[in-house]
Ligand binder design. Structure first.
Ligand SMILES: Cc1cc2nc3c(=O)[nH]c(=O)nc-3n(C[C@H](O)[C@H](O)[C@H](O)COP(=O)(O)O)c2cc1C
Ligand code: SF4
Length: 433
């Protein structure tokens, strides 16, 4: 089959009706997966420059190479579709509508790493689709490895890699581990070396294995090749999922020009562990992880949320921080003490600024106390979210401190699941562009 041209790539095969692509339709779209995989495919992944799309943007080839393999302990592959981030919908789209692309990628990882099992870690709502796709593949004898499905609890931390492994091991579910120098790549599911890979990363793997690294690099920039899925909130009437070539300016991806920045108070990039940017900076920023980090943010899981004028940004930030504080696993200092302090101070700033006697001067110090001190990076994400908000909404902070909290707020914009969370649904039901 000829290599497809242009964009979309991952989303090219979508059914218009929201149905999952059958195995037949999938093979018609992309051709059959390679009959066998070997470790040499990892060199192709290196050449492709593919990086992980679960949040950290770690090079995929390097990660596969670091999975400790031995003759006695064959590795396990975890396809991570937990998508704990409430403002993201792209992983749900993949597992609900393009399950075979994800399953192909996971099975290819198993072939290249000599793994004995693939585990698909997804929210309860996706389980029927994924299970019937696995059944279809069994009927046609597509895979030479066992594939199982494990439900991801509906919690922010469920998709963090050691938390996912704990859920699968049925121990300390959806809570990260204190892994020290040993990672799940050394000892994960059942004590075996484990590759935890985001489902979007695996979908890209499925296409690289078919069409090669040079094809993958035809989109994007030399340093950030390929495409990415973004979940965009606040640009159109409903949240939408788009596929963009990496490296284009965000404004271009959203069809917005600099003059449109006036109606946007700030842009949240990367989700609740990402960071806020001014609209002017965000619209010009090339969409690469390196550029986002230079701006004090991250593309993270590909969330883009535009905050329109007329909504109090500090009340949005406070609601999200309260949610994040409640999602901490409560097992190490920064989450037990630090996040509660940050939540309180942000709540005062948003709703009772006159009770903030020292102004906002104490907040950076509170962020310092949590950053880099947890067993996982959850507190770092909360600190980045808060620091960037204070920077981008500095004028609004001054208004609160001098004149008091905003009155008559409109309905909240950023999605925050209400407790207790349902294991079946997400508040976000994106439409694909
Ligand atoms: C607080 C936190 C939450 C995370 N949630 C998710 C998630 O929901 N889904 C996901 O794929 N990765 C998530 N990650 C990243 C995973 O730890 C892991 O790096 C990723 O699944 C690996 O896949 P990738 O290399 O393909 O990105 C999270 C990380 C942190 C620190
Ligand atoms: S930092 Fe927080 S979320 Fe992470 S492991 Fe420790 S208590 Fe859990």
């Amino acid at each position: 089959m000829a290599a497809p041209e242009g964009i979309p790539r991952l989303l090219a095969g979508l059914n218009g009706d929201g149905r999952a692509l059958s195995l037949d339709e999938h093979v018609n779209q992309w051709g059959p997966p390679p009959a066998s995989m070997s470790a040499s495919f990892i060199d192709e992944l290196d050449r492709s420059g593919l990086r992980g799309h679960g949040g950290a943007w770690f090079p995929v080839g390097a990660k596969w190479r670091s999975v400790r393999r031995s003759i006695t302990k064959r590795p396990i592959i975890v396809a991570n579709g937990a998508e704990g981030e409430p403002a993201s919908g792209k992983d749900r789209l993949l597992v609900h509508q393009l399950p075979h692309l994800v399953l192909d990628g996971a099975v290819m990882a198993a072939g290249a790493l000599g793994a004995s099992r693939v585990i698909v870690h997804v929210p309860g709502s996706a389980i029927p689709t994924v299970e019937s796709s696995i059944e279809e593949r069994r009927r046609f004898g597509v895979d030479s490895v066992d594939i199982e499905v494990v439900e991801a609890p509906d919690r922010f931390l469920a998709g963090q890699e050691s938390a996912a492994v704990n859920t699968i091991n049925n121990r300390n579910s959806a809570r990260p581990s204190f892994t020290g120098l040993t990672t799940v790549r050394d000892s994960g599911v059942g004590g075996r070396p484990t590759l935890v890979q985001n489902v979007e990363s695996l979908a890209h793997v499925a296409l690289i294995a078919r069409f090669g690294a040079d094809w993958f690099r035809r989109e994007g920039t030399p340093e950030s090749p390929g495409t990415a899925l973004l979940t965009v909130t606040g640009r159109w009437a409903e949240p939408q999922i788009i596929e963009i070539p990496l490296g284009i300016p965000l404004g271009h991806a959203l069809g917005l020009r600099q003059e449109d920045a006036r109606g946007i108070q700030g842009v949240l990039l990367g989700g609740y562990g990402g960071g806020w940017l001014t609209a002017a900076a965000a619209l010009d920023m090339p969409l690469t992880e390196d550029a986002a980090r230079q701006y004090g943010s991250s593309i993270g899981a590909g969330v883009v949320a535009l905050l329109p004028s007329g909504i109090c940004p500090l009340s949005e930030v406070s609601r999200v921080v309260t949610y994040l504080e409640g999602q901490g696993a409560g097992q190490c200092g920064p989450c037990v003490n630090g996040l509660a302090g940050l939540d309180l101070v942000m709540e005062k700033l948003a709703f009772r600024p006159s009770s903030l006697h020292g102004g906002v001067s104490t907040i950076p110090g509170l962020c310092d106390l949590v950053e880099g001190r947890g067993a996982c990076r959850h507190p770092d994400g909360v600190a980045r979210f808060i620091r960037s908000a204070l920077r981008v909404f500095a004028d609004h902070v001054e208004l609160h401190l001098s004149r008091g909290a905003c009155r008559g707020n409109t309905a909240p914009m950023l999605p925050v699941p209400t407790r207790p969370q349902s294991s079946q649904s997400s508040p976000l039901r994106p439409v694909v562009r």
